[in-house]
Design a protein around this ligand. Structure first.
Ligand code: ZN
Length: 256
């Protein structure tokens, strides 16, 4: 297998001196040509199992509107899940939501290491570099992880428009939950997933372990499948994230 692969991340938006660093682990759909589409049909790859539908449009608009830097993973979560620690049982899934992934069966240690070294590590290294530069300058940093979730999972409909996930430091998530509920939205509090030390990777390593304020947002995919919805959610987050940060700073006596 060749070691040359297109860069695993793309950077959008610009740094306007604000605190937010946006990251999208599951925005990408690309599959390295060597992996032959992972043996899946284009239709299967386009399902929610392949990527977080709509979050690319939300994230890029949000990056332009705030403005802020957005670091986006280019490759499909089915190649390697960038929100899982290397070696995690669901880092490289052999099946997802009922669909077996042929080219993920019986991988050699070498195959796994190649995906980690060419896709997972460079992406997280780029995030680390962005955060390190700002921390070194003594700036405030807020890590914002953007995701989307499927409206139906294993036959169960999910009622939330949006969910905020939190674990060791729920402060900013709780503020954002209140602001979103004030917009009349049904907001999941650690729904449809809870953030944990093992089921997530990005917020644990870049937010919690560094004691940087953070927020993990999950938007329901049917609301952002089209450009209108993406624009609506980008506008909403561009309005509410700075407000949430201001409340946080006032409440916890941090400079903004
Ligand atoms: Zn996701």
């Amino acid at each position: 297998m060749t070691n040359v692969l297109a860069e695993s991340f793309k950077v959008y938006g610009q740094d306007n001196g604000g605190p937010f660093v946006l990251v999208s682990d599951h925005a990408g759909q690309a599959i390295p040509p060597e992996l032959d589409g992972l043996g899946l049909s284009a239709q299967e790859r386009a399902r929610h199992i392949g990527w977080d539908i709509g979050i690319d449009g939300v994230g890029r608009r949000l990056a332009n509107t705030l403005p802020a830097v957005l670091i986006e993973q280019v490759y499909s979560r089915l190649v390697i899940d960038c929100n899982r620690a290397p070696g995690h049982p669901t880092s490289i899934v052999t099946q997802s939501d009922g669909t077996p992934v042929p080219r993920n069966q019986n991988l050699s240690a070498e195959d796994v290491a190649w995906r980690e070294q060419t896709i997972l590590h460079p992406y997280h290294q780029r995030i680390r570099q962005e955060l390190d530069a700002r921390v070194t300058q003594g700036r405030q940093v807020v890590v914002v992880a953007l995701h989307s979730f499927t409206p139906v999972m294993r036959g169960v409909k999910r009622p939330w428009h949006v969910g905020l996930l939190h674990n060791h430091d729920p402060r900013l998530a709780h503020i954002m939950i209140d602001l979103l509920r004030a917009e009349g939205l049904v907001v999941g509090d650690n729904e449809p997933y809870a953030l944990t030390d093992t089921s997530d990777y990005t917020i644990p390593i870049h937010g919690e372990q560094r004691a940087l304020p953070h927020i993990e947002i999950e938007i329901r995919q049917d609301l952002i499948a089209h450009p209108d919805g993406q624009a609506e959610w980008a506008e909403r987050l561009a309005r509410l994230l700075p407000r949430a940060w201001q409340i946080f700073c006032t409440r916890y006596e941090q400079r903004s």
